[in-house]
Design a protein around this ligand. Structure first.
Ligand code: ADP
Ligand code: MG
Length: 365
């Protein structure tokens, strides 16, 4: 089921939680809503669900396929929900939790008890919990409980699945696993899904397309690859990865900042460059283009890459460089080592320096 929003916005009293937005989601897409806390993700999701009413804007409407659902009650929108804290019924077994939505349907729509039984068993099979049907929620892990929530959401065969930070309360490893697993389920069952997250990695890994939000605005809608390679603005660039800042003054093609220098092809004047941590190389000597002396302040060799924190007198905030393990060993990096940073690339968003939002986005690490 495709979803189309036209001129949909929301105020809570005087707070504008959502500027009027347009949004088109294709049938079968898995779309992530990504943004810092307070950026309007939940508000947007609740409006789509029918749990919240949008402001009355001219032409404001919501379509599911051809169906105008703008004024339709939540129970008539054929939506499945999974929330971070959408607790299961504690006094009911896993089976009864999943069956609940079916058993409370009006008699005319309610499947027979045999049909309910087989449908619930099929759903529990899908979420790999068929052997736990008779357990109670308290006897399940957090990840298993979220899988029950998902099965329950799917019991009524929704056209659209909405998930609000569904894995937010789980630990990193379980979260990873559930992500992959949601992706499979989505592809297998072929519904349209929209999920909210503030975790850029989760959004980029899971989504066909990502809607990046800040301050109640949609900043960009794109595939993960396009977002990362062609960010529409500075906010998107900074939100999607680690960023190092280099502020200085350009004169005759050289940016100077304290005793650091970098050759740049820019006009004279003040400049701020942004550098990704994986686009910084570390070397024992400077290059003709870059003399950026740094000291290693901390090393974290956990994971696929080594994260190296760099300090220097000419730096306000420390920089972060990620290097591969081979380079880490070759350079024999230790705390206190004096090295040179060699940027392979840098980025700048000059036009936006004057129109930074007054409410700054929350810092991301
Ligand atoms: P997110 O899900 O991205 O964290 P929300 O959509 O929950 O953001 O909130 C967006 C803004 O709207 C925030 O400033 C929040 O405080 C405000 N807001 C959300 N729900 C309500 C509400 N029921 N009443 C008043 N303000 C609200
Ligand atoms: Mg939220």
């Amino acid at each position: 089921m495709s979803i189309r929003l036209q001129n949909i916005g929301k105020h809570f009293g005087k707070t504008q939680a959502l500027e009027p937005v347009d949004l088109d989601i294709t049938e079968g897409e898995l779309v992530g809503l990504l943004g810092p806390s307070g950026s309007g993700k939940t508000t947007l999701l609740r409006i789509i669900a029918g749990l919240e009413t949008a402001d009355r804007e001219p032409g404001g409407r919501i379509l599911f396929g051809e169906r105008d659902v703008t004024h339709l009650h939540v129970r008539d929108r054929r939506i499945g929900f999974v929330f971070q804290h959408y607790a299961l019924f504690r006094h009911m077994t896993v089976f009864d939790n999943v069956a609940f939505g079916l058993t409370v349907l009006p008699r005319k729509q309610r499947p027979s008890s045999g049909e309910i039984r087989s449908r619930v068993h099929r759903l529990l099979e899908m979420v790999k919990l068929e052997h736990m049907a008779q357990r109670y929620p308290a006897q399940l892990s957090g990840g298993q409980q979220q899988r029950v929530s998902l099965a329950r959401a799917l019991a009524l065969r929704p056209d659209v699945l909405l998930l609000d930070e569904p894995f937010g309360a789980l630990d990193a490893k379980v979260r990873q696993e559930l992500r992959r697993w949601l992706r499979h389920l989505h592809d297998e069952l072929n519904f349209t899904s929209l999920f909210v997250t503030h975790d850029q990695e989760e959004a980029l890994e899971l989504s066909d397309r990502v809607v990046v939000m800040s301050n109640g605005r949609i900043e960009q809608i794109d595939t993960p690859d396009k977002l990362y390679r062609h960010p529409a603005n500075r906010f998107v660039f900074e939100f999607l990865g680690d960023v190092n800042h280099l502020e200085g003054t350009v004169r005759d093609g050289v940016l100077t900042c304290g005793d650091a220098r970098l050759a740049v092809d820019l006009a004279d004047g003040p400049e701020e460059l942004l550098l990704r941590s994986h686009e910084l190389e570390l070397a024992e000597s400077p290059s003709p283009e870059a003399q950026l002396p740094v000291t290693v302040a901390a090393i974290s060799p956990v994971g696929a890459e080594v994260r190296v924190e760099l300090e220097a007198d000419w730096l306000g905030e420390p920089w972060l460089a990620t290097v591969n393990h081979a380079n880490y060993e070759r350079l024999a990096l230790t705390r206190g080592a004096r090295l040179y940073a060699l940027p392979r690339r840098w980025h700048r968003f000059p036009a936006e320096r004057v129109k930074q939002p007054s409410r700054a986005p929350e810092p991301v690490s």
